[in-house]
Design a protein around this ligand. Structure first.
Ligand code: UDP
Length: 416
């Protein structure tokens, strides 16, 4: 009998388009980990809230399941909880119980028992706590971001009390928390009093086939570069959901302070709902006198992103906080140096001076200085890029999934 995991991703589907307001690293993580676990013989059902009345209830997530392999394999299950439409995250807390009931009913109907619950983000952790209790199985949680950690990184962030209170309780209710970095484990100890033994550090990963070094000129020919830009202009790329926590203002002002005057800033990310944030950032760019050199690409499909990384000279990650920061890892795996804030997971993935630079202060000056240094020295860029691509080997998804599988198996065995 294979190990069976109920993976909960209540508020966002692993198949959702990336770069929107709620779709980023967590979606990529769930998608890859579910597939890799299935490849390793684990049965994975990923449960997400149904947001489209026409979507089938069950969707295969890997080739084995599509071929009808049965017990092992990965499937996505759409669970009815509230209206079948996209809702703001703030509307979801009252639907958690209905979601948990829906997952429970699905499992009963299929006669499926699970050995472990693996939940993602606090809404799903809340549902996971209910299910793990009903099934009598261990519960492994990943919070991805925590409200108190966000507030600590940027005091003006607003987080609903219901989230803050739930997280402060849930961190003590689950059997094990998976943290992306040792730093996150320390934050769980300092801010939430979670004993370190309660936390397992397993990083997020990267697909090193998809994200690998490729010729820059060829990549530029493949992507739709802004028309106003010279074909060989120096390019700084930023990728991510568009929200203030990502610190793009700092980068835009840094562009204005750089001595490389023709550098272009490409920003990938942001769906229709990010219109207000785009307008705000455009105003920052216009105010700094670099409106012409800041290009908003909108959300770029994940499959198309490798070419953008390969087309860039440098990738910048100016975030106030990143629990892990997949973008930095994808850029490094693509052989592109990264200039990033010295915060959270970025301090464990970017090696200062070896694969990129870490900027200790959230001010534009030091960002501008390092971007100038890199854009003015192709040999340095190439050397850091090569080192970055090599350094990402331990982050390959099969290794990450293997560590999770080991954890699940140990918890399931201990619970028997
Ligand atoms: N992403 C994407 N297209 C975009 C913007 C982002 O595919 O237009 C992906 C990006 O490649 C990365 C993820 O979204 O895999 C963002 O993850 P990260 O950990 O950097 O940030 P988070 O969203 O978790 O805050």
């Amino acid at each position: 009998m294979p190990l069976r995991v109920a993976m909960l991703a209540l508020h966002t589907s692993p198949l959702a388009a990336l770069g929107g307001r709620e779709t980023g690293g967590m979606n990529v993580y769930v998608r890859h980990v579910a597939r890799e676990l299935a490849r390793a013989g684990v049965g994975v059902d990923v449960f997400t809230r149904r947001t489209d009345a026409h979507a089938p209830e069950v969707v295969p997530l890997d080739a084995a399941e599509a071929g009808g392999a049965g017990e092992a394999g990965a499937r996505l299950v759409h669970v009815v909880a509230g209206p079948a439409e996209r809702l703001e995250k703030e509307a979801l807390p009252p639907l958690v119980e209905e979601f948990a009931d829906g997952v429970y009913a699905f499992a009963q109907c299929e006669g499926r028992a699970y050995d472990v619950v693996h939940s993602h983000y606090w809404l799903a952790v809340e549902a996971g706590a209910l299910l793990a209790r009903r099934w009598g199985v261990p519960h492994v949680a990943m919070f991805h971001t925590l409200g108190d950690v966000k507030l600590r990184a940027r005091a003006s962030e607003r987080e609903p009390a219901v989230r803050l209170e739930a997280e402060r309780r849930l961190v003590h209710e689950v059997d094990c928390i998976v943290a992306a970095t040792e730093h996150e484990r320390q934050l769980l100890r300092q801010l939430y009093r979670v004993p370190p033994a309660h936390v397992r550090v397993i990083p997020l990963g990267v697909d090193r086939e998809q994200f690998r070094p490729r010729d820059r000129a060829a990549a530029r020919a493949r992507v739709a570069m802004p028309e106003s830009m010279a074909a060989d202009a120096p390019v700084v790329l930023a990728v991510g959901r568009l929200e203030p926590l990502k610190g793009l203002d700092i980068l835009i002002v840094a562009l204005a302070e750089m001595t490389v005057r023709d550098a272009q800033l490409l920003i990938a990310g942001g769906d229709k709902r990010a219109a207000a944030e785009v307008a705000r950032l455009r105003a920052v760019a216009a105010g700094a006198g670099v409106g012409e050199r800041v290009h908003f690409l909108g959300a770029v499909p994940h499959e198309a992103l490798p070419a953008y990384y390969n087309a860039a000279d440098v990738v910048a990650v100016p975030s106030f906080y990143e629990s892990f920061g997949l973008v930095a890892v994808e850029a490094l795996a693509s052989g592109v140096p990264v200039v990033a804030s010295r915060v959270g997971g970025l301090t464990t993935t970017v090696a200062d001076g070896r694969t990129g630079y870490l900027i200790p202060w959230r001010c534009p000056g030091p960002f501008a200085e390092k971007l100038d240094l890199l854009l003015g020295n192709a040999a340095l860029c190439a050397a850091l890029g090569r080192a970055g691509a090599e350094a990402m080997a331990p982050f390959a998804w099969p290794a990450i999934a293997a560590a999770l599988r080991e954890l699940f198996a140990a918890l399931a065995a201990a619970a028997e």
